[in-house]
Design a protein around this ligand. Structure first.
Ligand code: SAM
Length: 265
């Protein structure tokens, strides 16, 4: 399936998508003994949710994504935060082998894929990444909580009903965030020779206001399903109504990283 992440999707993503909690980033760094000499690849980097904070834990980060608009926002976010050691590269999972000459003999300390593996061919990607990793280096597949409309809360169920009515289709895709997907990825990592395939989790509570909730929903909508700009106030109003007029929504965010160490070492 091809979905465009350009234009407004990237802008909404930059404005509204949450980042990753520090304990998860620390766990990823510990997992491979990430050091000041290491290079990290963030594949499907989007607007830099992983690449930018990981830059403080490595010598350099390559943020790679096939969507130029995502990279444009990522670069702007890095500049705003004074982060100068990320290189933004236009490319998809199929371009990973082309990174070999860039990575050189030193190899990557860590390759991360955040909330994006479901767009890629993991059975090809994992073997393609293996020769780029340094001994003891590794890979982390990170999911940043299930979609807001698939949570086990009353407001999430009401949100799902509202969106399903509006879109005229059931919303069931978990976008690589559920246990079945993780098992599939774990099996593919093992099949590709990776070792110490493990799961690291971090769960926290977060309170969203209605504006933020609407923003996060817009950031998850493909361009052809986005309400036109002049209809967004009505969209927000109707959504607020469907959610019973509440202004605050407590969510439990379960961040899970599937980690594995490079084959062979
Ligand atoms: C949901 S966003 C995730 C962004 C960010 N990594 C995060 O954790 O929030 C998915 C990203 O995957 C990118 N993507 C889609 N297909 C891809 C592919 N075949 N290879 C690499 N990245 C891809 C999209 O352009 C988009 O930026």
């Amino acid at each position: 399936m091809t979905v465009s992440f350009g234009g407004e999707v990237a802008a909404h993503y930059a404005a509204f998508r949450r980042g990753y909690p520090a304990p998860v980033l620390d766990a990823l760094a510990d997992h491979v003994g990430l050091g000041a000499d290491d290079v990290v690849l963030d594949l499907g980097c989007g607007t830099g949710q992983l690449a930018i904070p990981l830059a403080a834990r490595a010598r350099a980060v390559v943020g790679m994504d096939p969507e130029p608009e995502m990279l444009r926002h990522a670069r702007a976010a890095a500049e705003r935060r004074g982060v100068r050691n990320v290189t933004w590269v236009l490319g998809a999972d199929t371009d990973v082998p082309a990174l070999a000459p860039l990575v050189g003999q030193h190899g990557l300390g860590l390759a991360v894929v955040g909330q994006a593996l479901h767009w890629m061919d993991s059975d090809r990607l994992f073997p393609a990444l293996a020769p780029l990793l340094r001994p003891g280096g590794g890979i982390a597949v990170v999911s940043n909580g299930t979609p807001l409309w698939l949570r086990a809360t009353d407001w999430s169920r009401a949100l799902r009903d509202f969106l399903q009515r509006r879109l005229g289709r059931p919303l069931v895709a978990t976008c690589g965030t559920d246990a079945a997907d993780r098992h599939r990825y774990a099996r593919a990592l093992t099949a590709a020779g990776y070792r110490e395939v493990r799961q690291v989790g971090h769960t926290y509570e977060h309170v969203l206001d209605l504006d933020r909730l609407v923003g996060e929903i817009l950031s998850a909508m493909p361009p052809d399903e986005l309400p036109p700009p002049d209809e967004r106030p009505a969209f927000a109003h109707e959504l607020g109504h469907a959610l019973g007029g509440r202004r605050e929504f407590t969510e439990t965010v379960e961040v899970v990283a599937l980690t594995a160490v490079a084959p062979g070492a």
